[in-house]
Design a protein around this ligand. Structure first.
Ligand code: NAG
Length: 768
């Protein structure tokens, strides 16, 4: 027996290296993943909120801040896709156009409208005025530049962050049912769908949550994005505090949960009493000082000297930054919207506020009137509590799916995108069981649209017209169009209230060119739709796309299809043909006529086929950029002032001297303040609870982002230069006992327009 020859030894070594290499190829990720997140809160005063179209719902404070969250998945030398989830009511065509312009200036052709999806969570508690079509900015007195800019900037920064965070990693997908976070608010329309079709489903809304988990090869879990259908209407049409509603809340809870998990050694992941994770109790060691000592300590901070302005924008970062490892990107968790068209988070049902009885089943009325019928959330009558509960239910389900995610995403990253003119699209008769070609129609809204829904009755009440106090509405109401016979027939049985598709003055009232898009990340396929699909409409679309993709080369049979609702632009609702016949709110708001859904299915099917065959698709006509035509009638801040003898930031109502609070109490402090529009405090905070560590070090404990803290701003009358900010702190059950104080950060506008920042502080108080 001989030893291997030198040649053999070289071969053995070569084979060994080859094996090693193939091993490496197998275990390493073939994708780069990057996540990002940025504040998009916007103006917390004077601006109408987007969603309910209630002229009286004007922002005047912050429940919690809004964010844009993004993921990028890139294959080295291959395709990449970007998904951005906005804590906003919906995407805006104009926002997308401007974001893409900026991305092109920065990265060339890396990110275009084709591979970037921008989606809204559908909160009805964010500042409006950032959309370009007239009908969506009537109640906000036209375009609001500040709302628009903060969203465009925030998306850009989020994507840049995600881009710079790109590193090798893996993605997992998991799905599960969440039963108690949504009910059908138009069941009588749903029941008009064929019985045979309905019998295939256990529920009249989709209960499934689909979650993507992102794991960095080196750092471990980076974040998650999930899709689940329920409206962002836990906060009501009379709320005036900026809020991400139930999905924004869920995202806040999950990000805090993860950071807390990372900061504490825990054997198992548990939830506290109410399931909401807390942070402060983990970062600040418990005090052992006795109560008397605490009181003395607090007394030494009774009348804080007026301090000069400090840097405010880093405060919120500091609160959450304490918990974050500096070398690692922050955990990002997004709760995205899907086919929520007929899904209400007000799960207790809709009741008449006069009789307490359920509303009329077919019409959601009370004694024939829609104004009295309101849906009730699980925290009824407390909408903040309803928001928390529906947020928490989604958060808990997402944590469960996150912890259990084991199916790895494998396969290509790809995308297809097309602009389609929906005002006159021919739909193949075989698609709708018709004998001849049918068409979509120029956009129009039906009468039931004015009735609103049980989540917001009487929304956009054009008929009775609350136009007295709205100059923008007066400006445009004379331009109303009477629809012609062809248009009336096309929309039948929808009686046309507003012929928006044919109203072009002072500029387009409704979109006619809509973007549709498919993003593929391995076996997960995201369908970007520019509106609110109802439950059954969403099922039909997903099913049609899945049928095309299933079994094709490169896909196989295991395919997850999710709809990303309210994405890339906004065109209201999409019902099935049968639901359309019933003409409830969703049917009346299906803009392009009874065959709108069939048109979507036809066009998405084309994108799906192109995805399989590797063929490009026709880009279609560009939607208009109407930025230069926008009209803004919202008056700017003239100036801020304080009465003689007080300064900005002084307490007008302090905590009582020597106060002594306990868990569950509410501490309320009012400051002389200025209009929050002077500085949006982006990535910062208006309100802050500080904790005294040792004898003289104040550390931030709770800020605008915390559920226990509310920032409420008000003026005594409309054009007053005086204003006050009230900060309410509901002391959490798990608070660390000790000495606290409440601070307010603001910015005042001088007579000549200069902005100066100020800070105010309450006296110190003890929480025992
Ligand atoms: C709702 O309308 C349908 C169809 O007109 C009718 O059959 C049904 O009885 C109505 N239901 C109620 C509860 O009024």
């Amino acid at each position: 027996m001989e030893f291997p020859s030198p040649t053999m030894r070289v071969w053995t070594l070569f084979l060994f290296l080859l094996l090693l290499k193939s091993d490496v190829v197998q275990s390493a990720s073939d994708s780069l993943i990057g996540l990002g997140s940025y504040d998009i809160t916007g103006p917390a005063a004077d601006v109408n909120m987007m969603g309910y179209a209630n002229t009286e719902q004007i922002a005047s404070g912050v429940h919690f801040r809004l964010r844009a969250r993004a993921f990028i998945v890139a294959q080295p030398k291959g395709n990449r896709v970007v998904f951005v989830n906005l804590d906003a009511c919906m995407a805006s065509q104009l926002v997308v156009i401007k974001v893409i312009e900026r991305l092109k200036a920065r990265y060339g052709d890396l990110y275009t409208e084709k591979n970037v999806a921008i989606s809204g969570i559908h909160t009805h508690a964010g500042p409006g005025g950032y959309l370009q079509y007239v009908v969506y900015i009537v109640t906000s007195l036209g375009f609001v530049r500040q709302s628009f800019d903060v969203i465009v900037d925030g998306i850009e920064k989020t994507i840049v962050q995600a881009h710079e965070n790109l590193r090798p990693g893996s993605i997992f997908v998991n799905k599960g049912e969440l039963l108690d976070a949504g009910v059908n608010r138009s069941p009588s329309a749903y029941l008009n769908n064929p019985a045979a079709e309905r019998s295939k489903f256990k529920y009249d809304v989709d209960k499934e949550m689909t979650l993507l988990k992102f794991v960095d090869d080196e750092w471990g879990p980076l974040g998650s994005f999930n899709w689940f259908a329920t409206h962002g209407t836990s906060m009501s049409r009379t709320n005036s505090l900026i809020s991400g509603d139930n999905k924004g809340a869920a995202a806040r809870f999950m990000e805090d949960w993860f950071e807390r998990k990372g900061s504490v050694r825990m054997d198992s992941v548990g939830f506290e009493n109410d399931g909401i994770p807390r942070r402060i109790s983990n970062i600040i060691p418990s005090l052992h000082d006795n109560h008397h000592e605490l009181l003395e300590l607090a007394a030494s901070f009774q009348s804080p000297p007026g301090k000069p302005a400090t840097k405010t924008s880093s405060v919120a970062r500091r609160v959450r930054g304490v918990l974050t490892q500096v070398d690692k990107p922050r955990f990002v968790s997004a709760f995205c919207q899907t086919n929520c068209g007929d899904v209400s988070p007000n799960v207790l049902g809709a009741f008449c506020i006069d009789t307490e009885l359920p509303c009329d089943f077919n019409h959601s009325t009370c004694g024939g009137k829609n104004e009295l019928c309101y849906g009730r959330g699980p925290g009824y009558p407390d909408e903040f509590e309803s928001t928390r509960i529906i947020g928490e239910r989604q958060f808990k389900k997402a944590v469960e799916l996150f912890n259990g995610a084991s199916e790895q995403i494998k396969g290509k990253v790809d995308f297809r995108h097309a602009f389609i003119d929906f005002s006159q699209l021919e739909v193949n008769p075989s698609k709708v069981g018709a004998s001849e070609v049918v068409k979509t129609c120029p956009a129009a809204m039906g009468f039931a649209f004015a009735a609103g829904t049980t989540d917001g009755p009487g929304a956009f009440d054009f008929k009775q017209g609350d136009d007295q106090g709205n100059p923008f509405w007066m400006l445009v109401r004379n331009l109303l169009k009477t629809p012609g016979k062809e248009q009336v027939d096309c929309h039948h049985p929808k009686p046309i209230l507003l012929d928006t598709g044919e109203m072009k003055l002072p500029y387009d009232w409704a979109p006619s060119i809509l973007p549709i898009q498919i993003l593929r990340v391995g076996q997960l396929v995201i369908l970007s739709v520019p509106g609110e699909f109802t439950t059954m409409a969403g099922r039909r679309l997903r099913d049609a796309v899945k049928t095309v993709l299933s079994g094709s080369k490169g896909f196989g049979s295991n395919i997850h299809v999710v709809i990303a609702g309210l994405t890339n632009t906004y065109s209201q609702y999409v019902t099935t043909y049968e639901e359309y016949q019933v003409q409830r709110y969703e049917g009346a708001s299906t803009l392009y006529g009874p065959h709108t859904l069939s048109a979507y299915i036809q066009e998405f099917t084309k994108l799906a086929r192109a995805l399989i065959s590797g063929q490009p698709v026709e880009p279609g006509p560009q939607p208009p950029d109407l930025l230069d035509k926008q009209i803004s009638l919202l008056t700017p801040v003239v100036m801020d002032a304080t009465p003689i003898g007080v300064k900005f930031g002084d307490c007008s109502s302090d905590v009582p001297k020597n106060s002594n609070f306990k868990r569950g109490d509410m501490v309320s402090v009012t400051f002389w303040s200025a209009c929050p529009r002077n500085d949006l405090m982006t990535e910062g905070t208006f309100s802050l609870v500080e904790f005294l560590q040792g004898k003289d070090t104040w550390v931030p404990a709770y800020d605008d982002d915390d559920f226990c803290l509310r920032f409420k701003w008000s003026r005594p009358f409309k054009l007053s230069s005086h204003s006050k900010a009230t900060i309410e702190w509901r002391i959490p059950q798990d608070v660390t006992p000790g000495v606290y104080r409440i601070k307010h950060f603001g910015a005042a506008k001088g007579l000549l327009g200069s902005i100066h920042h100020f800070t105010g502080s309450s006296s110190a108080f003890v929480v025992a």
